[in-house]
Design a protein around this ligand. Structure first.
Ligand code: ADP
Length: 278
């Protein structure tokens, strides 16, 4: 099907090996619509099954450089799922209360309930990305976090939180084009911040920090996916594919109806009418 986007545990990632403009056999968005629509229908059903089964929850982690397409991807995923049972949690600069706790505190309390889906717009990975690039804590502090994060995610996976992590991979050139568009479009320029331009100056350091996070924290239980994201439509398709594959692999089942319901259904079928309950 094309470029393998799942980072197998133990892989040393060099982002230069991953083409952000990859689109497989597809030339344009139109080509993807058949497959995408089938995936969307399937995901909608799988979400219902997950809710009824009520044993697993799904955590979708999204990370990207500025203008990397997090918001667009979230819109696309949210258009698939029933919003009842799917939430989005953005993680910003930690508040005073959050800073007064360990860095995983705000993460843990935002996790999805059983049967539900939660999308993290940024995540605990900021604590080994922005925090590392800007030296917000000493080196030995952020260095210890990779194994802490792996332990935390393994614990969650063992408790039926299914974790899938997506890094939306765009080229520096694509980022520039998107930022230019933001700057010139009155419907988008409110999103533009001079901080984004400053962060762009740290591009190479961010790439290094991402490579380390992707290499050290892609595990069997909580794998990272490097999603080619220069083309938004291919990004959306790639993520939908992973989500279907993930949910289909879970041993979920529809709960058995209670015996009474079975008897009522049997009588309804026999008479073609709902039976009277005395
Ligand atoms: P977004 O860019 O996600 O749409 P914002 O423009 O509000 O939203 O940016 C959120 C900011 O919060 C980003 O600059 C991000 O690096 C920062 N941030 C998130 N988590 C942390 C953290 N743990 N420590 C420091 N900064 C963080």
């Amino acid at each position: 099907m094309g470029q393998d986007i799942r980072v197998e545990a133990g892989t040393k990632v060099d982002l230069k090996d991953y083409d952000p403009d990859f689109t497989g056999k597809f030339k344009n968005e139109e080509d993807t619509l058949d497959e995408l629509n089938k995936l969307k229908d399937r995901l909608f059903d799988l979400q219902r099954l997950m809710y009824a089964d009520n044993r697993y929850s799904l955590l979708i982690v999204i990370q990207a450089m500025d203008a990397g397409g997090k918001d667009g991807l979230i819109r696309s995923v949210m258009s698939i799922f029933n919003p009842q049972g799917c939430t989005v949690v953005p993680f910003k600069v930690p508040s005073e209360e959050e800073r007064d706790h360990d860095y995983l505190w705000r993460i843990h309390k935002s996790l999805p309930r059983k049967g539900e889906i939660c999308i993290f717009n940024r995540s605990h990975y900021e604590d080994v990305l922005v925090v590392r690039v800007h030296n917000l804590v000493p080196r030995e502090v952020w260095k210890a976090r990779y194994s802490q994060i792996n332990d935390f995610e393994r614990y969650l996976a063992e408790n039926n939180v299914v974790i899938r992590k997506f890094y939306l991979h765009i080229s520096k050139k694509e980022q520039e084009e998107r930022m230019m568009k933001r700057l010139l479009d009155p419907k988008k320029n409110w999103k533009f911040s001079t901080g984004d331009l400053k962060e762009r100056d740290h591009w190479d350091e961010y790439m290094e920090a991402y490579e380390d996070a992707l290499s050290k924290c892609s595990t069997k239980e909580a794998p990272w996916y490097i999603v080619p994201s220069d083309k938004k439509w291919y990004r959306n398709l790639s993520v939908a594919r992973v989500l279907v594959e993930t949910l289909e692999a879970l041993p979920m089942k529809w709960p058995e109806p209670v015996a009474e319901v079975k008897e009522i259904a049997r009588r309804a079928q026999a008479t073609g009418r709902l039976p009277e309950i005395k």
